[in-house]
Ligand binder design. Structure first.
Ligand code: GLU
Ligand code: MG
Length: 467
């Protein structure tokens, strides 16, 4: 079922040949569609999408041999300055970017361009230890070895300039932005992405697209593609799009992650998020996976809300999920359980239930964010973790004593707090491996120092054009 998981850890000559032939065949098709350049992207530790591009004629060779890229980006901050990191970065050395043939896609609204995510390897064909996509593939494989798979999807919220005013969720704003939104949806469809829904969000000029769930690596690839399509369509319409957690508006842009856990079964994977005897119909395994994530949310924020501006969004009573708790359809809980429609007589009855991680945003490297979530969920499974009572109100409305009684704590209110929790977390350290975990902490500390003394306005202004 998982088309990404089976890649060998090392690029053997045989694997290079397979990659090269697949990409060369696809290059022929792309040329027939008038594509002349292919953008190969990877996401750095700070969450910036970095790129090298190759002429389409060179794609086969690029897939087999890779395209040179400096390891410096692993230690970059969002402003392109770099921190000293123990395991990566610097001017010395070279990595190889290998486009992933199965995700090659012509880019709508960018005529002549196609896109593919890249896997990063060393020149010797060893996976780059600081590569987020490799880390996520590893975590997916570890769950698979224990008989589990995960379906995941990222919601994308963004704000535009100039402004489309009009009320939150309002038809007026939709009509003002109708041609733009239509082109976004058509662009996504042309890129092979089925939008589940699109709507004007709460803040002025804010919009949201949600997409179908898929395997974790696929979901992370897809959210990168979704953002590039939105950005490209925006430019065609003379609009600047920003996915930053705050762009000025009072309610920020989330990057919520939907997750469901599935057990391998003879007839195909079966969701364990519903049909059980646990809270809200969770099975024991669905509960354990969810509880594992809940227990590690403070540390996970270093992966999912990894920038200083993240904490200007992650505030109570803004639907961002600023409290470590869970609740059925509770949009103020960091984990919102969604059971989906019931009694439809369709697959939705048994397959729609999922947990939504609301406290994450789009400054996250989506591969790292998901790798952390999978590791936390797996630890919960191993421990048979159980959930506390669900929270049925906005936790901000409870007094401190009541929150204590329910075991509800405020999530970290700053990047520094989140990094401290991350550095103290052995599960995430083990899952990412020392080079990656160490680099994450170094970059987060660097981001924090970068904005020391900056005003909220300066922090928001700096992030707006970067994400
Ligand atoms: N914009 C909100 C956020 O910052 C989320 C709104 C929603 O629940 O869709 O996460
Ligand atoms: Mg939303």
């Amino acid at each position: 079922m998982d088309e990404h998981a089976a890649q060998p850890p090392h690029l053997t000559p045989a694997r290079r040949a397979v990659l090269g032939e697949a990409a060369a065949a696809q290059a022929e098709e792309l040329m027939a569609e008038n594509v002349s350049v292919v953008a190969l992207t990877f996401v750095d530790t700070a969450g910036i999408v970095r790129v090298k591009a190759v002429p389409v004629e060179r794609l086969g060779q690029a897939a087999a041999l890779g395209v040179g890229a400096s390891p410096c980006f692993d230690a970059f901050l969002q402003d392109d300055s770099a921190v000293p990191a123990r395991f990566t970065g610097g001017a010395i050395g070279d990595l190889r970017l290998h486009p992933v043939p199965e995700r090659l896609t012509p880019l709508p609204a960018l005529p002549g361009w196609a896109w593919a995510p890249a896997d990063r390897y060393g020149q010797d064909g060893a996976p780059h230890p600081v590569d987020g996509r490799a880390a996520l593939r590893r975590e997916t494989d570890r769950l698979a070895a224990e008989g589990w798979s995960v379906r995941a999807a990222f919601e994308v919220e963004w704000t535009t300039a100039p402004e489309f005013a009009g009320p939150a969720y309002g038809m007026t704003r939709l009509i003002d932005a109708a041609a733009y939104l239509r082109d976004v949806v058509q662009g996504l469809a042309a890129a092979g992405i089925a939008a589940d829904q699109v709507h004007p969000e709460y803040s002025p000029s804010q919009f949201e697209v949600s997409v179908a769930a898929e395997d974790p690596v696929g979901a992370a690839d897809t959210t990168i593609l979704v953002r590039q399509v939105i950005r490209a369509v925006s430019r065609e319409h003379g609009v600047a799009a920003s996915f930053a957690p705050r762009t000025g508006a009072e309610v920020g842009n989330g990057g919520h992650v939907h997750l469901s856990l599935w057990r391998a079964d003879e007839g195909g994977p079966v969701s364990v998020m519903s049909g059980g005897t646990g809270p809200c119909g969770l099975t024991p395994e669905g509960e354990a996976f969810t509880a594992g994530i809940l227990a590690r949310l403070p540390a996970l924020l270093a992966l999912g809300a990894p920038s200083v501006v993240s904490y200007l969004r992650l505030v109570p009573s803004h639907w961002a999920g600023a409290f470590a708790c869970w609740g059925l359809e509770n949009r103020e809980a960091a984990l919102r359980l969604i059971t989906g429609p019931a009694g439809t007589g369709t697959a939705a009855d048994t397959e729609a239930a999922n947990v939504e991680v609301k406290c994450f945003d789009a400054t996250a490297n989506p591969y790292l964010a998901l790798a952390g979530l999978l590791a936390a969920g797996r630890a919960g499974l191993a421990a048979g973790a159980v959930l506390p009572a669900p929270v049925t109100t906005d936790p901000a409305l409870l007094d401190a004593a009541e929150r204590d009684r329910l075991g509800v704590a405020a999530l970290p209110a700053s990047l520094d707090e989140a990094v401290a929790a991350f550095e103290a977390d052995p599960v995430l350290a083990e899952a990412l491996g020392e080079p990656l975990a160490d680099t994450v902490a170094a970059v987060r500390r660097g981001e924090s120092a970068l904005f020391a003394g900056a005003s909220p306005e300066q922090i928001i202004e700096a992030a707006r054009g970067r994400f």
